[in-house]
Design a protein around this ligand. Structure first.
Ligand code: ATP
Ligand code: MG
Length: 316
């Protein structure tokens, strides 16, 4: 791990990096940030590239690289400070690029400061608890970045689209009413509010791929032997429920988007642009935290001087 050098941090290199990374990032985030219930999915075009033409792609990729380097630096401060945490929730239809985005965005971050959890079909043990239980257990510790690859939102997405799943959740009859998904959405909103009030910043990303682009990517997975492993017949069956998923997503976003826990509905048909928006949103959120290395007190400085003295005067 790179050693912290206060001389570099207070001026010079880091300041330049800040300016370069933060310059104009708002233009890539603002159109996709949702903070209240006035949101319509059809207003976001999955093919959007923020007005950037294909020839600007290398420039966008450079910005992503700068952002990733900046995040690595900030994450060390987050860790050293040990006060806040960051929870990044990724939701998407299959083949939208969740895994690749997570890999890319976190590529520079110290693995010790970052925890990725993938939420699959609940296990028997998980079904023996309330639905939020497994998410609670996976929340990032102070000083850490937690990444949810799928999340508790599945409870108002896949479970809503396939109500037979609900029947398998071992719930007492009287709590399974018509209002159950509305109630779950309210629980999620309150849960995220609670997290925010306890020092966890929650950012939620919906990587919004079009149905047409998904088809193209599935066919690529079938045609390229190296990508075959990513393919599952179930994914194609889920496509049939596309409209139900989209309306479940729209509902979930409307019910849970707040200033404290915003959604980012990210156009995902062009991966280079999707990554730019995701990195920009994380950079912006971490910038707002005003992270800094803890200041060394006079008493600590005296301790450090004493330790130095002890080491230098050691007999052997
Ligand atoms: P990839 O396919 O890219 O490896 P993935 O996230 O799609 O990643 P899978 O193992 O294919 O991983 O799928 C996980 C499945 O688990 C998804 O279909 C998801 O909807 C389902 N799932 C997640 N949470 C729940 C839940 N609470 N109840 C029922 N199904 C769930
Ligand atoms: Mg899958």
């Amino acid at each position: 791990m790179r050693r912290y050098d206060p001389a570099i941090d207070s001026e010079g290199a880091t300041m330049d990096m800040n300016r370069k990374t933060l310059k104009g990032i708002g233009q890539f985030i603002d159109p996709y940030r949702v903070t209240n219930s006035r949101f319509r999915l059809r207003d976001i075009d999955p093919g959007a590239t923020g007005g950037l033409k294909d020839e600007r792609k290398p420039e966008a990729q450079q910005r992503v690289a700068d952002g990733v380097a900046w995040l690595a630096e900030e994450q060390e401060k987050l860790y050293a400070q040990d006060r806040r945490s960051l929870l990044l929730v990724f939701q998407a239809m299959d083949a939208a690029g969740k895994d690749g985005t997570i890999k890319h965005v976190m590529s520079g971050v110290n693995p010790q400061g970052c925890q990725v959890t993938s939420f699959k079909v609940p296990s028997d043990e998980e079904l023996d608890h309330d639905w939020m239980w497994r998410a609670w257990r996976a929340l990032p510790e102070r000083g850490r970045i937690g990444i949810f690859n799928r999340s508790y939102y599945e409870e108002v997405l896949v479970v809503r689209v396939h109500e037979t799943i609900l029947a398998g959740q071992k719930l007492p009859k009287e709590v399974v009413t018509k209002r159950i998904f509305k109630e779950r959405l309210r629980d999620i909103a309150q849960f995220e509010d609670y997290l925010a009030r306890n020092g966890t910043t929650v950012l939620k990303f919906f990587l919004h791929v079009s149905r047409k682009e998904q088809k193209k990517r599935f066919i690529e997975r079938l045609d390229e032997p190296d990508k075959n492993w990513k393919f599952s017949i179930g994914d194609v069956k889920e496509r049939a429920h596309w409209d139900s998923y989209m309306s479940a997503y729209e509902d979930a976003i409307r019910a849970t988007a707040t200033r404290a826990a915003p959604w980012f509905v990210v156009p995902a048909d062009n991966k280079w642009f999707m990554r730019l928006v995701v990195v920009a949103a994380i950079v912006e959120a971490m910038e707002k935290m005003k992270l800094a290395y803890p200041k060394v007190t006079d008493a600590q400085k005296a301790d450090l001087a004493r330790a130095r003295e002890m080491l230098l005067t050691e007999r052997k």
